[in-house]
Design a protein around this ligand. Structure first.
Ligand SMILES: Cc1cc2nc3c(=O)[nH]c(=O)nc-3n(C[C@H](O)[C@H](O)[C@H](O)COP(=O)(O)OP(=O)(O)OC[C@H]3O[C@@H](n4cnc5c(N)ncnc54)[C@H](O)[C@@H]3O)c2cc1C
Length: 416
């Protein structure tokens, strides 16, 4: 039976950083990866560009993480955004800062990030064994002693579980970590897709399919009460609603659909104007262009592909002249511009979810070391932990920081 100081299960960003740090401390480290190649998900991040991290200060960063961003304070105090930027820079991969504090590789290639992390761990002497799914943790008297793969058992003093979540299962993240953690006495929080699209009732969204809207506000209503809002960009799809602000709001929606709540999303197409200002604007336009047909004046207010759908929803005759529009009808127009409403009846699956919410509870992990509170010598890193963040480079930073802290906690002398 082989023997290592540290076995890292999973060759994603969390596993790679964990392995590199553990090796820097002098440990003999092995990464076991079930797929043919490591880092498959990393390669598709940021649409192949990889939003490496975010330049937010720690206090701000943790407000973008759910359900317990504060858990990350220790990890962030030891390895943060500048540290990953510096590590990549050492290998010649420069980063550029974009809108919203997002860092990308200057080359715009996620592959450069993976290449660098791979080179770094290899230079530190880390062994990487692919096509090696771990099927079992070997635990004796509450202490980890090794792992069992599909072909063999391997001993180790420490094991770092970095198997990711369940989203984009084709990349290898199929939720194995939850099963393995249960063997170690953990009770994972229910996993569910996060950062996903929303399925709408009716066919309004489908009629608008492909239309991208900027500078709009989306509001989520749960059983008639406002539960969240976001401002920015969205898109209509064959399925319903998607795009950045929809993905952000999806975390509330997924949970509430599970509870069978009534979920409605309204889109405010004119967020810069309050009801009164919008009414003044409509009145002015209708008065100024009294002889124009309604369908034509709508061009002042909406993208052209939305106009027929809007008029249908309003049940207004497109041929009607503007001076014929009653104040009641104007009120209806105003209301729809501020509240284009969709009943939400479902959400996207793991196949398309950017991240998995749920997983190993932060209550079951020591925040100073990432060690399991249930099994000695077992550590957690990355998406497997019950932490998920908004888009913006936050999720990868969580993976590196928890990975680094887990690796850093495998001090060679500890268990001699
Ligand atoms: C389309 C998409 C785009 C994204 N873009 C961004 C972005 O731009 N910025 C950002 O911050 N985040 C982004 N994310 C999220 C980010 O990719 C994840 O948060 C991150 O990859 C999590 O890292 P991880 O190492 O914890 O898990 P993963 O990257 O999922 O790696 C886990 C690894 O463990 C392996 N594994 C699983 N089970 C076993 C087993 N039993 N034995 C051995 N190995 C196993 C898997 O094969 C995999 O290689 C994106 C996600 C997706 C899906």
């Amino acid at each position: 039976m082989n023997k290592y100081d540290v076995i890292v299960i999973g060759g994603g960003p969390a596993g790679l950083i964990a392995a590199g740090r553990a090796a820097e401390l002098g440990n003999q480290v092995l990464i076991l990866e079930k797929m043919r190649n490591i880092g498959r998900k990393l390669l598709i991040t940021g649409k192949g560009r990889c939003n490496i991290t975010n330049n937010a200060e720690i206090a701000e960063f943790i407000t973008h993480v759910f359900p317990n961003g504060r858990f990350l304070r220790n990890a962030f105090s030891q390895f943060y955004s500048q540290d990953i930027i510096d590590l990549l820079q050492r290998y010649g991969v420069a980063s550029t800062l974009e809108r919203g504090g997002r860092y990308f590789p200057a080359s715009n290639k996620a592959a450069d990030v993976l290449k660098t992390l791979t080179q770094w761990v290899k230079e530190l002497g880390v062994d990487i064994q692919t096509n090696s799914p771990v099927e079992k943790l070997i635990i004796q008297n509450g202490e980890i002693t090794g792992v069992q793969t599909n072909t063999t058992s391997i001993k180790a003093k420490y094991v770092i579980l970095a198997t990711g979540g369940k989203s984009y299962p084709a990349t290898g993240s199929t939720g194995d970590g939850y099963v393995l953690a249960k063997q170690a006495g953990h009770k994972p929080e229910r996993a569910r897709p996060a950062l996903v699209s929303m399925q709408t009732a009716g066919n309004t969204a489908q009629k608008l399919q492909g239309l991208n809207l900027r500078n709009v506000k989306a509001v989520v209503w749960i059983n008639g009460k406002k539960a969240g809002e976001d401002f920015g960009e969205m898109i209509f799809t064959h399925f319903g609603l998607s795009g950045p602000i929809i993905l952000t709001l999806s975390r509330i929606v997924v949970d509430e659909l599970f509870k069978k709540s009534k979920v409605v999303v309204t889109i405010d197409l004119k967020p810069a104007l309050d009801e009164q200002k919008l009414d003044n604007r409509l009145l002015r336009d209708l008065n100024e262009h009294g002889k124009k047909k309604l369908v034509n004046i709508f061009r002042n207010w909406l993208p052209s592909s939305m106009i027929p759908v809007f008029l249908e929803l309003l049940q207004l005759d497109p041929e009607k002249e503007c001076h014929q529009v009653s104040s009641k009808e104007r009120k209806k127009i105003r209301h729809l511009l501020k509240n284009l409403s969709f009943d939400i009846i479902g959400h996207g699956s793991y196949q398309e979810a950017i991240i998995t919410a749920g997983g190993i509870s932060t209550k079951e992990i020591f925040p100073k070391t990432m060690e399991s509170k249930k099994t000695k010598g077992l550590f957690f890193a990355g998406e497997l932990i019950d932490l998920d963040a908004e888009t913006g480079g936050y999720n990868l930073q969580i993976a590196y920081s928890t990975g680094w802290l887990a690796g850093n906690s495998c001090l060679k002398t500890n268990k001699e």
